[in-house]
Design a protein around this ligand. Sequence first.
Ligand code: AMP
Ligand code: ZN
Ligand code: ZN
Length: 421
Amino acid sequence: MKLEFKLPIIPRRLFVFTVFSILLLSACPSEEKSADAKTPLILISMDGFRWDYFDKTDTPNFDELIQLGSQARALIPVFPSKTFPNHISIVTGRYPENHGIIANTMYDPVFDEYYYIGQGSKPVLDGKWYEAEPIWVTAEKQDQTAMTMFWPASEAEILGIRPTEYFVYDGSISHNARVDQILKWLDYAPSKRPQFVSTYFSHMDDVGHDHGPDSEEVIAGIQEMDRTIGRLIGGLKSRDMFKNTNIILVTDHGMASTSPDSMIFLDDYIDMDNVTMVDWTPVASILPKGNVDPIYVKLKNAHPKLSVYKKGEAPAQLHYNTHRRIQPITAVAHEHWSISTRVHFNENNNSERYNGATHGYDPIYKSMGGIFVGYGPAFKSGIKGPGLTNIHLYEMMCRILGLVPAENDGSLDSTQIFLTN
Ligand code: AMP
Ligand code: ZN
Ligand code: ZN
């Protein structure tokens, strides 16, 4: 299989390296940078790994990290509990309305373009969509080295900067190959070794959607992810690096079962010819073709399992009001419910499709919670903390890496109970 591997824009880095090395050589002892690189931070996301999955089966490798490190009861996502909004919040500390990725699928009225995710997506690679500074940019700006074996948007040039090494998303690259790439990076000579490394696995999201969170397939998936973490731990131990590595395990969101019996059909209430549906379920983004109010009034009290907000009127705790990519009407299904149209549902014989599970719902539901585990010298041992909103992780990572954080919505106080200093 061919890995699509991209080097960053060499001239810029060479320039930065040359200028900074001249400026810094006398001011900064050379041991300082290599000392940082001796304690790398590995950020790992397992998409859709729900907070209670550790209890479903034996997970000896996860257990090793948890017992030696810190754990939150759950990692609480931001709204909407979808992949891209949350991965970008984790690495920027900003709410979606402040980082710009307010959904996996969205329309920008200024660009007059759609954003969408998935393998081969062009907009994902286009830095103009991202409005906040990810941790790898903060690191590179402050003369550290960041390398990403996948992370949503890490393949884009954001604020003019990319990770020193990164991969364009390709879900066919095996779990083992992702771990081996990280180990390869950690084998680099000290001057090239990254301080920050990330990786990402979509596996638990895939099996959760298809088979539901209580399925045998999810149990097999948890075991597969545990083996993958075991490969990383084994690789670090064989290099005598395990004690000197910080590892953060996170999830973007959890998973809730859906059913073809729990459907909200918008065409029961409005004429679908009068709206453009920018996104569908469980968070519908609705752009009326004419006046907003007649559509809003019809939807507002249409269904007891549907919350409908006019732009600017979403509850404050959702932080979902200001960005231009938020459409005039947002309709949010309640847990376990799905949004469609009767025509679409019947024509496509869709009952199978709604027989699995999904996410995107209000983060208030326990089922939307993910995991947070922190292991390594930066983390206290044996701590079981309360639920933690993912918005605080950027500040925490900056602290661990010794970086000055960019403007963000999180606070270091929220993660202090997990940290050794
Ligand atoms: P979701 O259903 O919201 O959890 O989205 C999960 C999907 O996001 C995965 O199955 C991938 O197809 C997609 N995805 C994850 N990372 C990337 C990436 N870096 N670029 C494009 N698509 C991605
Ligand atoms: Zn996800
Ligand atoms: Zn998903």
